[in-house]
Design a protein around this ligand. Sequence first.
Ligand code: GTP
Length: 757
Amino acid sequence: MSKMRIYELAKQLGVANKELMEKMKSVGMEANSHMSMIEESDADKIRKLYQPAQKAEEPKKEAPKQEVKEQHKGNQQKDAPKQDNRNKGENKKAQDGKNPQNNNNQNKNNNQNKNQNNNAQNNQNQGKKDKKGKGKKDQKPRENPLERRRREMEEEAALLAELEALEAAEKAAEPVIKSIPASISVKELAEVLGKKGSDLVMALMKKGQMLNINATLDFDTAAAIAEDYNVILEQEEEKDILETVFAEEEDDEKDLKERPPVVVVMGHVDHGKTSLLDAIRHSNVTKGEAGGITQHIGAYTVQIDGKPITFLDTPGHEAFTAMRMRGAQITDIAILVVAADDGVMPQTVEAINHAKAAGVEIIVAINKMDKPSANPDRVKQELVEYGLVAEDWGGQTICVPVSAVTKEGLDSLLEMIILVAEMKELKANPNKHARGAIVEAQLDKGRGPVATVLVQNGTLQVGDPIVAGAAYGKIRAMTDDKGRRVKKAGPSTPVEILGLSEVPSAGDSFYVAENDKQARQVAESIIAKNRENMIKETPQKVSLDDLFSQIQSGNMKELNIVVKADVQGSVEAVRQSLERLSNEEVRVRIIHGGVGAITESDVMLASASNAIIIGFNVRPEPAAKAFADEEKVDVRLYRVIYNAIEDITAAMKGLLDPVFEEQVLGHAEVRQLFKASGVGTIAGSYVKDGKFVRNCQVRIIRDGIVVYEGDLESLKRFKDDVKEVAAGYECGLVFKKFNDVKEGDWIEAYTMVEVPR
Ligand SMILES: Nc1nc2c(ncn2[C@@H]2O[C@H](COP(=O)(O)OP(=O)(O)OP(=O)(O)O)[C@@H](O)[C@H]2O)c(=O)[nH]1
């Protein structure tokens, strides 16, 4: 055992927890609770501190009990030793310090002892002793045998009572160990301690703790109270509600049917994951992606020679490790894409590690073979270092040279996937309630929460009541990856579902409940638990500008952040990247992450927990913005994750550059759209507040989400270009390179102004 709890050591050493903790503190060790763990080496040091004292005490502690027991035995057999032992028994009390008054008698008794011993042993030599004159001096008046027997019996009874009392006392001194949840009411604690609630309240009051019977105590407080009652509390392990309610029974072999493999494509940024998947499904996703980086997980099934393969498209940038991890955990095979002209890169290694950790089979696709600088041997060479030895090099790793551009090698790659899948004998039971994972989820204006899910076992059906974390609901509609309405989805099938009460988190498991009521109840208990945790985790305002000075002055040990983003995947990505910035001085902690606009409740949480708010592709609701100003909550808005990471890194080092801050000029609502040849779409809008000026910058906000950010191409009143349009007037807005504006869109006009730090 390399670690132990303080109370265990106290028990070993036979000392009170408090005393031991004091001792530990006196030698500079941490000892905040008797439940704390300590290293065995520290325990040893403490043992040494107690050793000399213990050695001296040991015989005192152990021997008496032994002797009392022996004496009892002896009394029943022999005469002389009985007397001897009884005295020892009495001595023991004195030595134990339980009967200090006996100390005075100790010597006397000892003497008596010795003398009586002598008497007993030398009865036969009485005459001899008398001659020497010793026996004569110690001789007692002769006792009547009946009286002697009565006296012996009385002594025996007294000794037995003493022995019992001793054992009872020892038993009582041994602390009782009980388990409680992470928090408990005073009343419940009293029950655990075997006390009346009112008695415990009184006892706490005497100690200056004014608590009523329904007050909730956290674990540490309850443990400290329990210690006074010689009860050691252990915290019950928290069970995952979902896993408890939906514990899965193992499937019968006969119910299992073959299922398609779930394949994830991993690899370093720009090594061609998206292009490869595109080539496989003959579509072209790359073109639609903002900035060329895949930011949302996708899932779809392709049929290869009549055999289905489900692909999960995972994003490539390091910031998306979280999403990739989830991808790896719900998949059977990982295609590791390595560009032949670039070789093994940091995220290649990361991907290898994730795949290995998840026990996923790796197939290497050496991509970009069409490039003249392609060097597949170098890739194979580099992979060896990570335990992947190519088959043609005598190893077990399948490596397929491919080109997403020329499509060379794609057939071999797919063949290999099918081969590996067949070898793995992937099976599931389609004839039961479904369970699986949320691959991606977002809020859709018209449809509500929309989630892409992957069924892992069972069959998911329209109408099923499901739970995924705090989200629950009856499945209203299901769409497959080709956008077709479906009624059922079996194992390894990705589908988009509608009907959830809220947006679940990507990576959450989902379960089909027995009925709507069960689904709601389970989700509600999860919501209650989350709320409880959130309240617990709050207290102590910070802005990025003064972060460094706060860290320097030692006031800042934790940088709390609330993250809001357009899709759940980005929340997770931002969370992962930011938490990784933690260093020795300050821990970066994401206290809340969610999808959608920044709301008043986000500001409230940030204010209460001294957090800053990071918005990624979202804006604050107007009321939330005002509230944040009032509460002095620092709200930072970003379009790109890198910039958020850069800012926070710089702030932590005190290196934030003087920045330009945007100044909002006004807002307008789009009321009618006009098309004009040569101009594009003109958004007939009404300026609600502030003003719009020529050449200002604008962002188009739809349901709290920024759908466009850029320059205002032209500002019109009727047919004329104007310099400025004030609140209460209509105007025509044309956006630079953007025509997808819709009626009801909210337009924010702003300009950048330099602000001194
Ligand atoms: N010549 C050549 N270029 C390729 C090949 N595959 C991908 N590319 C190019 O490499 C670049 C990156 O490709 P993507 O498919 O976006 O790479 P990715 O790994 O999905 O990148 P992220 O989504 O940003 O992580 C693009 O310019 C592609 O056109 C290939 O086989 N040959």
